[in-house]
Each structure stands twice: as C-alpha cells, then as structure tokens.
Design a protein around this ligand. Structure first.
Ligand code: ZN
Length: 188
C-alpha cells in the first residue's frame, strides 16, 4: 500500500487542523517517507504555512490545541515545532508547556528547529535568539540616521531576525521599527 493510502486510512481529514480538502502527505524532516509515523496527512493551508513560517496566519494554528494530543509522532513533532515558532503568543506557550513528547520524539522535534543551513542568531551571552523572542539592550545604542538612542535596559519584545544577517535583529522601540546589533542584546 502506498504511504498516501495508508495515511488516508489513518485519517480522512488534515491531521493538524481537521480540514477535509486538498490533503497531502507531509514527511517531517529530517525523517524519510519510509513509514507512516514519519509523515502526516495535512491540508494545503497547513502545508503552505509550514513552508513559509514568516507569513503565518496565527489564528489558523489554534487547531494545535487539539491536534497536539495526537498519538502520531509526526503530528506531535509538527505541533511542537509550530507551537515553538508561535511561542510569543500566550496560548502557544501554554500549549507547549503542556505538550508531553517522549525523548526520541522531542529530539526529533528539536532537530528541525535549529537547521544548520539557517544562520544562527546569538545574543551577548551566546544564547540563541529566535523569532518572537524578547531581549534587553545591554548598552546605549545610537540609532543610525536619527538622533534616537536606545537606552541600556530597554526591553524589545517580539523581535524579527534580520534576513540572512545573523548580526542583526529588528524590533519595535517606542513604536518605531529599528535594527539592533545582536551582540548588544540579552535574551529575556
Ligand atoms: Zn490543515
């Protein structure tokens, strides 16, 4: 039996959000599509957003409050990674704290979070920074092209990682979007 057939026997709806249309097999990296536990049957909406996590529709993912309890490891891993991505949202953080994965599954889930191909953003202590983190500025920083100075101790919530430049993140200070050098930040 093909993997797709096997998954469709396991579920007739998207295993993440319950959608019934446009279902495809999604094999969860870095596993191969060699067994059903390594893949999930998901809909086009989920698939697009998993592939393009910067353009995510947060409300769609409330579905994880239910699907995270799936017994299928591939679904658990997808839920874990997405909740982790959305953890600046209170509900996602809560769900992540409740989600229990066995050791192997957890390792698999985390494996996908720090991809070697993506640049690693680190704060002044070498702690890895991720999208949505909150940081504190460790030194007075003049803002290029303006008279503004970001004072030491300023907290910046919900940071965005600068595209392909691991030395900078961006975030809002006093309502203004500015770039900050990661080595002068401390993760909260
Ligand atoms: Zn879906």
């Amino acid at each position: 039996m093909s993997l797709e057939k096997e998954l469709k026997q396991r579920s007739s709806v998207c295993e993440l959000c319950g959608n019934v249309e446009k279902l495809t097999v999604h094999t969860v990296s870095p596993k191969k599509n060699d067994q059903p536990n390594h893949s999930a049957l998901i809909c086009e909406t989920c698939e697009h957003q998993i592939k393009d996590p910067q353009n995510i529709e947060i409300n769609h993912w409330h579905c994880l409050n239910e699907s995270m309890w799936s017994e299928i490891p591939a679904v658990q891993v997808l839920a874990y990674r997405m909740l982790h991505h959305l953890r600046s949202e209170g509900w996602a953080q809560n769900a992540l704290e409740m989600l229990y994965l066995d050791e192997d599954t957890l390792e698999w889930a985390r494996d996908g979070i720090t991809d070697e191909n993506t640049p690693v953003y680190k704060d002044s202590n070498g702690v890895i920074l991720q999208h949505g983190d909150s940081v504190v500025v460790t030194k007075d920083l003049p803002v290029k092209g303006s008279s503004m100075v970001v004072k030491r101790g300023t907290a910046v919530r919900n940071i965005t990682l600068a595209h392909d430049d691991p030395t900078h993140i961006s975030g809002k200070v006093n309502g203004q979007e500015i770039y900050l050098v990661t080595k002068y930040l401390k993760k909260q």
